[in-house]
Design a binder for this molecule. Structure first.
Ligand code: ADP
Length: 266
């Protein structure tokens, strides 16, 4: 591993000698690099829809001006690009908000069954459009956690939305919620929610990086499906704020299971 060290030499006095401080700055350096990569990614992600918009505006001012059919088509694409920018800005704001709040555990009592039912309702039309079925099984009707209801809704909206996006038409997504006596990461009872699809699946090499900001297996596919590449990063940070864990299991060609483990309200 390449290490970064900073060396400081201070004269203490003519007779006393010098003091030498060596500091390992590898972590700071890595954080700085990650920050500048993130800024570069955000700029690139915002610039590409913006360039497309400028290109279409110029075409509409020039050659397409007298062609109503082309004008209609270009305006449709421009709306899509503008919506893409809006989604990206919304996701960036969500991510930044949850990162700021990370050290303050949320206290509201949140009924997980209610959250999951709401999310299934919100996404049922999207699933129907792909002839998919969302199957919700909740073993207990009162799994209450200490949390933030809107953020929990966002977690399962992102996970179930991905399950719909990255699955074949006509398949189903199962959401299983159950009470567990002891969480694997802390000695406390909890709730386990698994979102499983029968979609494309994910190769093992990608699994450790999946929750990184802007990490996408197939950038073009994610873009066509309306993705921003920030969904799973938001999920990870919200779960961390709730003192939970996320586990991802997948087999290419067979499907994926995203399992969220959360401590129950004391
Ligand atoms: P995106 O906006 O691109 O969907 P996410 O952060 O939600 O971004 O997901 C990151 C990437 O993980 C996706 O681009 C996709 O390649 C992969 N992915 C996420 N969920 C699934 C899933 N259920 N099945 C297959 N691949 C998935």
């Amino acid at each position: 591993v390449e290490r970064h060290l900073s060396l400081r030499v201070t004269m203490i006095g003519e007779r006393e000698g010098v003091s030498i401080t060596v500091r390992d700055t590898t972590r700071e350096k890595r954080t700085e690099e990650m920050h500048s990569d993130f800024v570069a990614n955000v700029s690139h992600e915002l610039r590409s829809p913006l360039s497309a918009l400028v290109g279409f505006i110029e075409t509409l001012q020039g050659p397409a001006n007298d062609d109503p059919e082309a004008r209609e088509r270009f305006l449709g694409i421009m709306i899509q690009e503008a919506n893409r920018m809006a989604r990206l800005i919304d996701d960036l704001l969500s991510l930044s908000r949850v990162q700021i709040q990370e050290h303050v555990a949320p206290e509201e009592p949140v009924n997980m069954t209610t959250v999951l039912k709401n999310v299934v309702d919100i996404l049922s039309l999207k699933a129907e459009n792909r002839q998919m079925e969302l199957i919700l099984n909740c073993e207990a009707s009162d799994c209450i956690i200490s949390g933030d209801q809107d953020q929990m809704t966002q977690v399962f909206q992102n996970l179930i939305d991905n399950a719909i996006k990255y699955s074949k038409v006509g398949t189903s997504v199962e959401i299983n919620c159950r009470y567990i006596e002891q969480l694997p990461h802390k000695s406390a009872p909890g709730v386990q929610v698994a979102v499983c699809d029968h979609g494309d699946g994910i190769d093992e090499e990608h699994l450790p990086r999946l929750t990184e900001r802007f990490y996408r297996i197939d950038k073009a596919r994610s873009r066509t499906m309306g993705g921003t590449g920030l969904g799973l990063a938001i999920v990870k940070h919200i779960i961390m704020r709730h003192r939970g864990r996320i586990q991802i299991e997948s087999k290419a060609g067979e499907g994926s299971c995203f399992t969220v483990l959360l401590p129950l309200k004391a």
